[in-house]
Ligand binder design. Structure first.
Ligand code: AMP
Length: 570
C-alpha cells in the first residue's frame, strides 16, 4: 500500500479530538484495507510488530536529526535550530523536506511495505557502524518521502505519533467496520475483540480474522507470550472490600514487590513484567527456582516478586529491589546483594489448558498443588478463606507487621480477566502513602548539580480527557551520590534516563516525553492554580522509580481529588 494513504489517514485522525469521529474515520479505513496490508495496523499504533514483541524502534532525537540532515542536505546545527523554535522534529522535517522538494522531484513512491522493512531492520542492528547504518536506513525512507510522509516517519521513529489512537480506539473501529450495527451485538463484539486482544496483543491478527469473517475467539492463549495482567480495584475498609468480592472470599497478603508473569513452554521459562517486558535475562535466579520447584509441562503463573535482606531475613520495600528490573549487567552480584522471592498468586494456564474462565478457587487450589515451597525462594501467597471481618482485621495487621502493604480480597467464583480492573481483586492498603506520577518536565541544576536535571515536574492522569496534568515539582528524595548498591536513585541516573526523552529545551527548562513513572510521597495535597491539575503536592519526595509501571497506570486526577477530600475531613 502507498504510505501516502496512511499519512493521509494520520492527518485526518490527528485533525479531530473527538473519539467517535476518530472511530468513524478508522472504521472506513479498515473496511477498505486489503488483507495483504494487515501489518499496516502496527504502523497505525506507531509500532512495527504486535505490542508484545520486544523489537521496538527506539531512535533518539539526536539520531533522527542526523538522518534529517543527511536526507535534506541541511546542516545538523540548522536542523537543531529549527527544532528549538518549532519544538517538534516531525514538523521540522516536514518544513525542510518541502523546501527541498521544490528543487528535486520525489525519487520514488514510498510504500508501507518498504517503511516496515527499513524500520524493522533498526532494532536488529548491532556492533560497529550501527549508527551509520541506522542513519542510512532512515535517510533512504526520507528521500522518497513527501513532506507529510516525512513528518509521520519521524514521529514513528520517535515513537510519538500524536494522533490520539490507542488499541481501544482500533478495537471499536474494528467493531464498527465488521460487526452488525445493533447496539447489543456491537457490545458483545467489542468484548470478544477485547478478550482476543488481551490474550494475543495483536490487532493485526484480529483484523485479519474479522475481515475474513472468521471467529476472533479462535485466538488461543499460549504460554511463553506476554499477557496483560488482571488489575485490582481499591477499597477503603474491610467491610467495603467484602461487599465488593462477596462472602466468603480469599484474602491474601498484598506483597510490596513487583508483578511478574512466569511462563513455561517447551522446557523454557520466560518472565514478563506487567508492562509486557521480557525480563528473563535479569532474573536467572527466578528461572532456576521455577525450573526445579514447579511441576508441569507448560504454565502461566501470576506472581509478585519481593526482596529480602539476606542477613536479617526481613522483607524489604519494593524500592530496594527496583533496580533489578532494568539491570542487565553484573547480574550475579545483584542476585547476591538483592535477593528475591517469588510469591505466586494465580494460575492462568496449565498443561496446555486455558484456565482464565475457571473460578479463582479452582485456580488457586491447583496452584498450591504444583508449587513446592522453598523458604525465601518460592511459595504461594499467604491466604485465608473467610467471611469474618475480625479475622480479616487480624490478617491485615499481620501483613503490615511483616512489612507488606496490606491485603488483597479475591472473589472465589471469578474468572481471570486479563488487562482489566473489574473488581475481582480488591486491594486494601494504608491510606495516603504514595502517588505514582509521570515526569513530564525538568530543570537543569546549578552549582554542584550543574549538568544534571535536578528538579522534576510531576503529572497525574486526567482520565476523562486522557491527558497528563501537572501537580508539582520534585527535587528531594534523590541522591547526590549512591555509595552502596542498595536503595536510592541519583540525579545522574535520572538525568541519564530522562535525557533521551527530552522533547523541547528552553533555557534550563526541558519538556520530557511522559514515559518515566515514579512513586512519590508528600506531606499534604493543596489546591493550587500553579499546576494544571489544580492541585499541588507539598514536599513531594521520590520513593522509587517504577520501571514496572507505564504512564497509563499513574494516579488519576479523580483519585487525587478523593484523597484531597479525605485529607480535608481528617
Ligand atoms: P496496585 O499496584 O497498587 O494497583 O496494587 C495491585 C498490585 O498488588 C498487583 O498488581 C500486584 O503487583 C500486587 N500484589 C501483591 N500481592 C498480591 C496478591 N496476593 N494478589 C494479587 N496482587 C498482588
Amino acid at each position: 500500500m502507498e504510505y501516502k494513504k496512511l499519512a493521509e489517514l494520520y492527518e485526518k485522525l490527528g485533525a479531530t479530538t473527538k473519539r467517535l469521529e476518530k472511530i468513524d474515520i478508522l472504521a472506513k479505513f479498515l473496511k477498505n484495507l486489503e488483507e495483504k496490508d494487515k501489518e499496516v495496523l502496527y504502523l497505525l499504533l506507531g509500532d512495527i510488530y504486535p505490542e508484545y514483541d520486544e523489537r521496538k524502534i527506539g531512535i533518539s532525537s539526536q539520531l533522527a536529526i542526523k538522518a534529517i540532515s543527511k536526507a535534506t542536505g541541511i546542516k545538523t546545527e540548522d536542523v537543531v535550530k529549527e527544532w528549538k523554535t518549532i519544538g517538534d522534529l516531525g514538523k521540522v522535517v516536514k518544513k525542510l523536506v518541502s523546501q527541498k522538494k521544490q528543487s528535486t522531484l520525489q525519487a520514488k513512491k514510498l510504500t508501507t511495505e518498504k517503511v516496515l522493512e527499513n524500520l524493522r531492520k533498526l532494532p536488529e542492528l548491532e556492533g560497529k557502524g550501527t549508527v551509520e547504518r541506522k542513519i542510512s536506513l532512515i535517510t533512504e525512507l526520507l528521500t522518497s518521502a513527501s513532506p507529510v510522509e516525512s513528518l509521520y516517519l519521524i514521529r514513528t521513529l520517535l515513537r510519538d505519533l500524536r494522533i490520539g489512537i490507542k488499541s481501544s480506539t482500533v478495537r471499536d473501529a474494528l467493531v464498527k467496520a465488521f460487526f452488525p450495527l445493533d447496539k447489543e451485538s456491537q457490545k458483545e463484539a467489542a468484548e470478544k475483540i477485547q478478550n482476543a486482544y488481551d490474550i494475543s496483543q495483536d490487532l493485526s491478527k484480529i483484523y485479519e480474522l474479522a475481515k475474513k469473517g472468521e471467529k476472533v475467539s479462535s485466538i488461543k492463549l499460549e504460554a511463553g507470550k506476554p499477557i496483560k495482567v488482571m488489575l485490582a480495584q481499591k477499597a477503603k475498609s474491610i467491610k467495603e472490600a467484602f461487599e465488593k468480592v462477596g462472602k466468603p472470599c480469599a484474602i491474601e497478603y498484598k506483597y510490596d514487590g513487583f508483578r511478574m508473569v512466569i511462563n513455561k513452554k517447551d522446557n523454557k521459562i520466560t518472565l514478563y513484567t506487567r508492562r509486557l517486558e521480557n525480563v528473563t535475562k535479569q532474573f536467572p535466579d527466578i528461572v532456576n527456582v521455577v525450573k526445579s520447584n514447579v511441576k508441569g509441562e507448560s504454565f502461566i503463573i501470576d506472581s509478585e516478586i519481593i526482596g529480602f535482606n539476606e542477613k536479617t531475613k526481613e522483607y524489604v520495600p519494593f524500592q530496594e529491589i527496583s533496580q533489578r528490573i532494568k539491570r542487565k549487567y553484573n547480574i550475579d552480584k545483584m542476585i547476591k546483594e538483592l535477593p528475591v522471592e517469588i510469591k505466586a498468586f494465580d494460575l492462568i494456564f496449565y498443561n496446555r489448558k486455558n484456565l482464565i474462565k475457571e473460578p479463582f478457587e479452582k485456580r488457586t487450589k491447583l496452584l498450591r498443588k504444583i508449587i513446592k515451597s522453598l523458604k525465601f525462594k518460592i511459595s504461594v501467597a499467604d491466604q485465608k478463606i473467610t467471611d469474618s471481618e475480625e479475622e480479616a482485621k487480624e490478617f491485615y495487621k499481620k501483613a503490615i507487621k511483616d512489612n507488606q502493604e496490606g491485603l488483597i480480597f479475591k472473589n472465589l467464583k471469578a474468572p481471570y480477566k486479563p488487562g482489566s480492573r473489574v473488581g475481582y481483586m480488591i486491594k486494601l492498603k494504608e491510606e495516603l502513602k504514595d502517588f505514582d506520577l509521570v515526569i513530564i518536565g525538568a530543570e537543569y541544576g546549578t552549582g554542584k548539580r550543574a549538568g544534571w536535571l535536578s528538579s522534576f515536574i510531576l503529572a497525574c492522569l486526567d482520565k476523562k480527557i486522557d491527558k497528563f496534568k501537572t501537580i508539582g515539582k520534585m527535587g528531594t528524595g534523590i541522591k547526590e551520590k549512591i555509595s552502596t548498591n542498595i536503595g536510592g536513585t541519583s540525579f545522574k541516573e535520572l538525568t541519564k534516563i530522562l535525557k533521551p526523552l527530552i522533547i523541547k529545551t528552553k533555557g534550563r527548562e526541558v519538556e520530557i516525553k511522559p514515559k518515566i513513572v515514579v512513586s512519590v510521597t508528600f506531606q499534604e495535597i493543596q489546591k493550587s492554580p500553579k499546576y494544571t491539575s489544580g492541585f499541588a503536592l507539598r514536599f513531594p519526595r521520590l520513593t522509587a522509580l517504577r520501571p514496572d509501571k507505564s504512564p497509563s497506570d499513574v494516579t488519576t486526577l479523580d483519585e487525587i481529588k478523593k484523597e484531597y477530600e479525605a485529607q480535608r475531613k481528617k
